[in-house]
Design a protein around this ligand. Structure first.
Ligand SMILES: Nc1nc2c(ncn2[C@@H]2O[C@H](COP(=O)(O)OP(=O)(O)OP(=O)(O)O)[C@@H](O)[C@H]2O)c(=O)[nH]1
Length: 432
């Protein structure tokens, strides 16, 4: 059905009836027909839906991330420069709607802020790893929803990480190796030597070789352009040989002969960004936008996201085979998980009860001890008070005795005084 006849006569090759060659009437095809049209349907649908592409730029402050993105998309995204004095690494996220002819592209650019300015290396790569994982998690949550809305869901998973290497000409920094090692299983890494115009051609080749050696020594996986498709195999295999790509960014138009080109003007000449003998910018642009964007997206979905998804589902307790290595259904896993959860709840409830009883016992013992202490204290005070009372009573008794003695003495002295007075009176009367 899909085979299109070159001309009508080819179907009836027969002896005398066959018209002479000059009489064959060729009918031109007016349009495609049959299932040969399937690719066109895909193209039309993709154009209608538009494309999304998410780029993560990791590199030191001022290394040329914004300029390169502007140059890649030939657009001035008007990014503000970051300071070297951030206390931690952060991420700037911007989404742009771009259009070229009838093709729409929703481009998300995520850029590091404060990277390379921190002493703590773990705190430098962790926000990057967390961000990549968070986008996978958001997609997984959408996938697990009963009512999924992929049509208007903004897939923010990172398709490519442009890793900007400082053009030192020596070797990779320990932070570069550490960060790339942490993210190489989560994202397609494309290593770039930034500001490649600041390094001589000879040194650049040695630097490239050194970087590739260091990446291999540390088993860091970088993105490999696919070579299984004949149409792009040659281009991609030479691209893989050029890694890490040495790039130069510039939005400035400089005059070279009679033409205006994008480049960087120096006293010794002009470095043309789009000249392949000057830098690898064109290679990067072709690789990212013309040949491998779909592969980058596919690798993100089938390799990196798949790995994250497996890890998360296993962590949730899902598995494809049971302990006896036999396939296990979702329903069985669900039931087993529910049972396990129920048992765990009961175990925890029992533990809580026991802990509660234990606490009550401990509190009771403490209260009893405190009560006993109070009782002892009370008894002691009571004894002290009784002793005091006895002492006071003894003292009162003594006082009472002293008072009686006093009264007695007073009475005796009064009687003595009376006696003395009457004797004096008698003496006076006698004298008279
Ligand atoms: N020589 C040279 N300079 C460059 C290149 N790319 C950018 N620059 C310059 O480097 C400076 C910083 O560039 P940006 O693109 O703002 O760097 P960035 O990494 O986005 O900076 P932050 O967002 O502030 O971290 C600017 O003055 C650019 O003109 C390049 O390829 N070569």
């Amino acid at each position: 059905m899909a085979e299109k006849p070159a001309c009508v006569s080819s179907q009836i090759p027969n002896d005398e009836d066959t018209p002479k060659e000059e009489n064959i009437r060729c009918l031109p095809l007016l349009d495609h027909f049959g299932f040969e049209c399937l690719p066109h349907q895909l193209v039309n649908r993709s154009i209608q839906q538009g494309f999304t592409f998410n780029i993560l730029c990791v590199g030191e402050t001022g290394i040329g991330k914004s300029t390169l993105i502007d140059t890649l998309f030939n657009t001035n995204f008007k990014e503000q420069k970051s300071s070297h004095f951030y206390s931690h690494v952060g991420l700037k996220i911007h989404t742009y709607e771009l259009q070229e002819t009838n093709v729409q592209l929703k481009l998300t650019v995520v850029k590091t802020v404060g990277y390379g300015d921190q002493i703590n290396k773990e705190a430098s790569y962790k926000p990057i790893v967390d961000y990549i994982d968070a986008q996978f998690e958001a997609y997984l949550q959408e996938e697990l929803k009963i009512k999924r809305s992929y049509f208007n869901y903004h897939d923010s998973r990172i398709h490519v990480c442009l890793y900007f290497i400082s053009p030192t000409g020596h070797s990779l920094k320990s932070l570069d190796l550490l960060t790339m090692k942490k993210i190489d299983s989560k994202v397609n890494i494309v290593p770039l030597i930034a500001k490649a115009d600041t390094i001589s051609k000879n040194d650049l080749q040695k630097f490239k070789a050194k970087i590739m050696n260091e990446l291999a020594e540390n088993s860091i996986q970088i993105y490999q352009c696919p070579v299984d498709d004949e149409t792009i195999a040659q281009m991609n295999s030479s691209m893989n040989e050029h890694f890490p790509l040495a790039v130069v960014g510039s939005m400035e138009e400089v005059k070279v002969g009679k033409r205006m080109v994008r480049g960087r003007q120096y006293p010794w000449g002009v470095l043309q960004v789009e000249n392949e003998s000057h830098c690898d910018f064109v290679k990067l642009r072709d690789m990212l936008l013309c040949t491998n964007m779909e592969d980058l997206k596919e690798q993100t979905h089938t390799r990196h996201y798949e790995q994250y998804r497996c890890y998360r589902l296993r962590k949730m307790g899902f598995t494809d085979v049971g302990p006896d290595n036999q396939p296990i259904s979702f329903q069985e896993i669900y039931e087993a998980k529910r049972q396990e959860f129920h048992e765990q709840c009961q175990r925890e409830e029992e533990q809580l009860k026991q802990r509660f009883m234990q606490r009550i016992k401990e509190k009771e013992a403490t209260f009893k001890e405190a009560e006993k202490e109070l009782q002892d204290k009370f008894e002691h005070l009571k004894r002290v008070q009784q002793e005091e009372t006895l002492k006071l009573e003894e003292e009162r008794r003594k006082l009472d005795e002293e008072i009686i003695e006093f009264y007695k003495m007073r009475a005796a002295s009064e009687s003595l005084q009376t006696q003395t007075c009457s004797n004096v009176k008698k003496d006076k009367e006698r004298k008279k």
